[in-house]
Ligand binder design. Structure first.
Ligand SMILES: *[C@@H]1O[C@H](CO)[C@@H](O)[C@H](O)[C@H]1NC(C)=O
Ligand SMILES: *[C@@H]1O[C@H](CO)[C@@H](O)[C@H](O)[C@H]1NC(C)=O
Ligand SMILES: *[C@@H]1O[C@H](CO)[C@@H](O)[C@H](O)[C@H]1NC(C)=O
Ligand SMILES: *[C@@H]1O[C@H](CO)[C@@H](O)[C@H](O)[C@H]1NC(C)=O
Ligand SMILES: *[C@@H]1O[C@H](CO)[C@@H](O)[C@H](O)[C@H]1NC(C)=O
Ligand SMILES: *[C@@H]1O[C@H](CO)[C@@H](O)[C@H](O)[C@H]1NC(C)=O
Length: 579
């Protein structure tokens, strides 16, 4: 019987032959509908709990009469493409309530409304999850009797209307999420009685504006999210009311400017997300009173400039994202306050020259995580990270790199994540592959991988024998044309053209059989010399092997590197004096 889960090989009592089975768990018998699974688990807070899970989908009624009424957790859901069509009502309270129920999840079930008194008598209920349904309005009577409820999740519904005091019975509520609804106004006293609320998510609602009045009732708020709320500004009186905020997410709204005292009330703020707005400048002392700020996301705005004192007082800042703006140069003083603490910085998608970035990086010796995507980089000097020994994560995607930056990465000893996707790399040498083996997460996809024996042969060997298996299998050939789009996992060495095959093919057609055999010999020699040690130890001719190798990219970059270093030194001294 599929719905029946046996925890212990103890006597099974069939109650209704095809619908229910009872399993001996805990002290009493547990009943379980055949379309659900019922398991006991150990919970650190609650001890042994019984969880009933019905997630096959296509359900039109909840087989609640076959549920075990002593259960603690009920999860009713459905796969995306097989939603349920359910109504609820007081089914969990009548005829006798689920006295132990702690968590109730009814998700992706097209529930149209909650009904009055639906949860009356469920005294232990702590969490209700009604996400992905079709609720259009909610009101106070829906939540009567839930004085101990701490978490209410109503995201992904169609809620438009919420009258004043909708949540007045939920006096213990700490977390309320209402994202992805159709809420356009917050009526006065909406949140009355939610004095304990610490987490509020209103993201993805067409709010336009936030009424400060409603925040009077939720002054203990610690986290407030209103991403994609169509906001153009915020009445700063709100910040004054919820001055204990630690996390504020206002990403992907329509802010054009921030006043210099915008966040002055939020002295405990730790995370601030303003990415995806239309900000064009961050003025001096913008975050002067937000001394505890650890994360500042300013990506995807229109910033041309961070003012010299834009980060003043941010002596705790760890993560800074300024990616996808229009920044073309920096004031070194800007970064002076964060020199000691900053660990991640994202420069991606700006109009920045590498030399500009190098200047900043050399005063940030503790940096772990650097975003250098989308900067039209064609190469990177090998000693670019000379001052940044601790790089763990590096994003170089969406650039124009034609060669694997071996000498740069040879020095980044702690590198664990590397994104080189969407570049123009054609091949990896054996030393490149050896370096990659030591990096835990690597993305090499969407490069111009050349699938001939000379270029791809070694990669195939590494795919077959090393930890790079998973990484290399996914790559697809770019050239020759006949192999474009073919995955490395579907390649074998003998379908590959020999090195420089096109030229040799023409020669052989012209010169006939004799020359053809010469060409074949040359090709075999080429294959031997390029397949390298791991392919098999069949080459010994060191000279021939050298001939096959192209100049290493870093050699080409040596010249630019000298220039860059020369320009970096002067401003660095300048900053060490000012900071
Ligand atoms: C609510 O929770 C408190 C503390 O956890 C508990 O003492 C009380 O019995 C609960 N009330 C109900 C109605 O469950
Ligand atoms: C709500 O339920 C769905 C399906 O079980 C689950 O994926 C999601 O994490 C739940 N949300 C919360 C906040 O518990
Ligand atoms: C969701 O609710 C709206 C308004 O009540 C209704 O028109 C629509 O048919 C419902 N959708 C589903 C899938 O039940
Ligand atoms: C930096 O913080 C100190 C102490 O909180 C404060 O006196 C000073 O005004 C702040 N600086 C700015 C620019 O706001
Ligand atoms: C910026 O880079 C960091 C890490 O390098 C990454 O986590 C973040 O998603 C990036 N942000 C954007 C907007 O690309
Ligand atoms: C490489 O991955 C494939 C598919 O995940 C697996 O079948 C194969 O055994 C792996 N080979 C090695 C050498 O790990």
């Amino acid at each position: 019987m599929p719905g029946c889960v046996l925890r212990k090989p103890r006597p099974i009592i069939l109650v209704m032959v095809t619908i229910i089975c009872a399993v001996n768990v805990r002290s009493a018998e547990v009943t379980c509908p055949s379309e659900c699974t019922c398991r006991t688990a150990y919970d650190a807070d609650l001890g042994h709990i019984l969880r009933t899970t019905c997630t096959r989908g296509d359900m039109h009624t909840i087989p609640v009469e076959f549920f075990d009424r002593t259960g603690e957790v009920i999860i009713i859901g459905a796969p995306k493409d097989r939603p349920n069509f359910l109504t609820i009502g007081p089914i969990f309270t009548q005829p006798t309530p689920f006295v132990n129920l702690r968590e109730l999840h009814i998700v992706n079930s097209n529930v149209p409304s909650i009904g009055q008194y639906s949860f009356w008598g469920l005294q232990h209920l702590r969490l209700i999850n009604l996400t992905y349904n079709n609720l259009t309005s909610i009101g106070a009577d829906n939540f009567r009797g839930l004085i101990n409820l701490t978490h209410l999740h109503l995201d992904h519904n169609n809620i438009e209307q919420m009258p004043s005091e909708t949540f007045r019975h939920l006096t213990s509520l700490k977390t309320l999420t209402l994202s992805n609804n159709q809420i356009s106004t917050l009526v006065p006293r909406l949140f009355r009685m939610l004095a304990k609320l610490t987490y509020l998510d209103l993201g993805d609602n067409p709010l336009d504006d936030l009424n400060p009045e409603v925040f009077k009732d939720i002054q203990q708020l610690r986290v407030f999210k209103c991403r994609r709320c169509l906001l153009r500004r915020i009445n700063t009186q709100i910040y004054h009311l919820v001055s204990n905020l630690e996390e504020l997410d206002l990403g992907e709204n329509q802010f054009k400017y921030l006043t210099s005292d915008e966040f002055i009330s939020l002295k405990r703020l730790k995370k601030l997300r303003l990415d995806g707005n239309q900000l064009s400048v961050i003025v001096d002392n913008m975050f002067g009173r937000n001394r505890e700020l650890k994360l500042l996301a300013l990506g995807h705005n229109r910033l041309a400039l961070l003012a010299p004192a834009a980060l003043a007082n941010l002596t705790s800042l760890v993560h800074l994202d300024i990616s996808h703006n229009k920044i073309d140069r920096f004031h070194l003083q800007t970064f002076a306050p964060v020199v000691e603490t900053l660990r991640t910085i994202n420069f991606s998608g700006n109009n920045l020259a590498l030399a500009e970035i190098a200047i900043v990086l050399q005063i940030l010796p503790e940096i772990n995580d650097v975003g250098l995507a989308n900067l039209a980089l064609e190469g990177i000097p090998p000693n670019f990270f000379t001052y940044n020994e601790h790089i763990v994560s590096l994003d170089l995607s969406w650039n124009k790199l034609t060669k694997f930056p071996f000498r740069l990465l040879a020095k980044a000893r702690f590198l664990q994540r590397l994104d080189l996707s969407h570049n123009k790399i054609e091949r990896l040498e054996e030393e490149d592959l050896q370096r990659l083996e030591a990096i835990a997460r690597v993305d090499l996809s969407k490069n111009l991988w050349r699938c001939d024996q000379c270029s791809a042969g070694t990669m195939l060997v590494y795919m077959a024998t090393t930890v790079l298996n998973g990484t290399i299998r996914q790559l697809t050939c770019y050239s020759p044309l006949r192999l474009r789009g073919i995955k490395f996992s579907d390649l074998s060495f003998n379908v590959l053209d020999s090195c420089s095959s096109s030229h040799e093919a023409q020669m052989s057609v012209l010169a006939g059989l004799l020359l053809l055999s010469v060409a074949v010999l040359a090709a075999v020699a080429g294959a031997l010399c390029c397949t390298r040690r791991r392919a098999a130890q069949y080459y010994t001719n060191e000279e021939k092997r050298r001939e096959c190798e192209h100049d290493h990219p870093d050699e080409l970059l040596n010249r630019t590197e000298v220039g860059t270093v020369a320009t970096i030194h002067a401003p660095y001294q300048l900053v060490s004096k000012t900071s």
